[in-house]
Design a protein around this ligand. Structure first.
Ligand code: PMP
Length: 436
C-alpha cells in the first residue's frame, strides 16, 4: 500500500507534474484508497456512497475480477496475434447479447479508441467522409473522437466544428421544441443530409450516445432513432450507437439502449464498464462492414483484446447475469426515480426527473415557468452531497442536471440514504435563495 501523503502535498505534486486541465472533482478533492461494491473509502477509512461512477459496473473491487485477473497474470498476457480461447469466449458472450446481424468484434482499449475505429469502419464501408452527430455529444478525447463531439469542438477553447461534421439538436423532451415527438426531432437529419449534399460531401454515417448523457441524461422520445436511422440509411450512411454509458444492462429493462428505441445499429461502440476499471473498448459490427474494412491494411491494437482484457471482459458479462444486476438496476432505479419524483413535488427547484434503470438525470431550475437552469444550485447540491460523503455529478449544457449513474450493485439501503440526504440539502436556504 502507498504511504498516504497528506492532501496538501498530493495537490502540490499533482499541480507540479500534471497539466492544469487534468480536472479534479469537487472543490474539496477526494483521495480514495479502497473501493467495495458502490462504496469508496478515503485515506481516513471514511465511507463514501458512490452514486456516480459507471466504470465499476459490477461494483468496485469485485472479488471475481480480482481472481481472474490475478490468475491470468500469473500465466500469460499477450496479444491477438496468437490464438487463445479467452478471445473467443469473450467474443461469444458479447455477441450473445447483441442482435444476430452484429457478429464481428474488434477489441481495443477505450471508448475513444473504439469511436476512432467506428469512424474508420463507416468511412471504409460507405466511401463517404461526412458524419452527422447530436449537439452536446461526447465520444472521446482523441483527435477523431473530438471532431465528432460537439461538446468539445463547440467549447470556447475548442477548434470549432469540422466542415465534414453536421450537428442536429438533441432530442430533449424537456427543453427541445418538439416535446415527446421523436420523429420530429429526427426530421432535422434531413437538413443535415441536404447540407452535406449541397457542399459536395458524401455521408459516412450518424453517431450518437444512444441516450445523450453529456447533453443532460436525456431519454430520447419513442420513435426518434428509428426515424433517424431510416433517413441515414436512405442517404447511404451507417448508424453508430455509442453505448459506452448506456450499455450492459444499466437501463434495467434493456441490455442496450438502442433496443429500447427498437433499432439495430450497424456499429456498436462499447467502453468504460466493459472492463470494470480495466481498460477495454469494443466495436461490434456486421459481416458486410467488417469485410469492406478487411482491405489489406492490417488491424492491430497492441493491448486491445489482450488475454487479460478478454478474461476480465468475459467475467464482467457473466457477473452481470449471475448477480442479476440488470434486474437490480431496474428495481432500484424505479425506487430511486419514484423517490426523486416525490422530492420534485416538494422542492420547486427540481423541474424534471428522468431516467431508466440506473441512468438518471434530475434537472434543477430557478423558475419552473421560464425553466431557467439553476446551475449554482446544482453545483451546490453536488458539493454538499460530497460533504455528506455521497458522490454524484452534474451535467448538461448549463451544468444544471444532477447525474446519478452508480455501479449496478446500488441497493435499496443506498437509495434510502441518498434520498434522505438529498431531501435535506434541497431544503437548505442556499437553494431557496436560488429561487428553488
Ligand atoms: N463515449 C462516451 C459516450 C463516453 O461517455 C466516453 C467517456 N466518458 C467516451 C466515449 C470515451 O471513452 P474513454 O474515456 O474510455 O476514451
Amino acid at each position: 500500500a502507498y504511504q498516504p501523503l497528506d492532501q496538501v502535498s498530493l495537490l502540490h505534486e499533482r499541480r507540479t507534474h500534471f497539466a492544469g486541465n487534468l480536472r479534479l472533482s469537487y472543490r474539496e478533492p477526494c483521495t480514495f484508497l479502497r473501493g467495495w461494491r458502490h462504496y469508496l473509502f478515503d485515506e481516513y477509512g471514511q465511507t463514501y456512497l458512490d452514486a456516480y461512477n459507471n466504470v465499476p459496473h459490477v461494483g468496485h473491487a469485485h472479488p471475481r475480477i480480482q481472481a481472474v485477473a490475478a490468475q491470468q497474470l500469473r500465466l500469460l498476457n499477450t496479444n491477438t496475434r496468437y490464438l487463445h480461447p479467452a478471445q473467443i469466449a469473450f467474443a461469444h458472450e458479447l455477441l450473445a447479447k447483441l442482435p444476430p446481424s452484429l457478429s464481428v468484434c474488434f477489441f481495443v482499449n477505450s471508448g475513444s479508441e473504439a469511436n476512432e475505429l467506428a469512424l474508420r469502419l463507416a468511412r471504409t464501408y460507405t466511401g463517404g467522409h461526412d458524419m452527422i452527430t447530436i449537439d452536446h455529444g461526447y465520444h472521446g478525447h482523441t483527435t477523431g473522437a473530438i471532431a465528432i463531439s460537439a461538446y468539445k469542438f463547440n467549447h470556447p477553447a475548442g477548434n470549432g466544428k469540422p466542415d465534414w461534421v453536421e450537428v442536429v439538436m438533441a432530442p430533449d423532451p424537456y427543453r427541445g421544441p418538439y416535446g415527446h415527438d421523436g420523429p420530429r426531432y429526427a426530421a432535422e437529419v434531413d437538413q443535415a443530409i441536404e447540407r452535406i449534399a449541397t457542399r459536395g460531401g458524401k455521408l459516412a454515417g450518424f453517431i450518437a450516445e444512444t441516450f445523450p448523457s453529456v447533453a443532460g441524461q436525456i431519454i430520447p422520445p419513442p420513435g426518434y432513432l428509428a426515424a433517424v436511422y431510416q433517413r441515414i440509411r436512405a442517404a447511404g450512411g451507417v448508424c453508430i450507437a455509442d453505448e459506452v454509458q448506456t450499455g450492459l444492462g444499466r437501463l434495467g429493462t434493456h441490455y442496450w439502449a438502442f433496443e429500447s428505441q427498437g433499432v439495430v445499429p450497424d456499429i456498436v461502440v462499447l467502453g468504460k464498464p466493459l472492463g470494470n476499471g480495466h481498460p477495454i473498448g469494443a466495436v461490434i459490427t456486421t459481416v458486410e462492414i467488417a469485410r469492406a474494412f478487411d482491405n489489406g491494411l492490417e488491424f492491430f491494437s497492441t493491448f486491445g483484446g489482450s488475454t487479460l482484457s478478454c478474461v476480465i471482459g468475459r467475467e464482467v458479462l457473466r457477473i452481470i447475469d449471475e448477480e442479476g444486476l440488470m434486474d437490480n438496476a431496474h428495481c432500484v432505479g424505479q425506487v430511486l426515480l419514484t423517490g426523486l419524483r416525490d422530492l420534485q413535488h416538494r422542492h420547486p427547484v427540481i423541474s424534471d426527473v428522468r431516467g431508466m434503470g440506473l441512468f438518471i438525470g434530475v434537472e434543477l431550475v430557478t423558475d419552473r415557468t421560464t425553466r431557467t437552469p439553476a446551475t449554482a444550485a446544482a453545483r451546490y447540491v453536488r458539493e454538499r452531497l460530497r460533504a455528506e460523503r455521497i458522490l454524484i455529478g452534474t451535467e448538461g449544457p448549463a451544468d444544471n442536471v444532477l447525474k446519478i449513474r452508480p455501479p449496478l450493485t446500488f441497493d435499496l439501503a443506498a437509495t434510502t440514504v441518498f434520498l434522505e440526504r438529498l431531501d435535506a440539502i434541497l431544503g437548505e436556504s442556499f437553494i431557496a435563495r436560488q429561487g428553488g
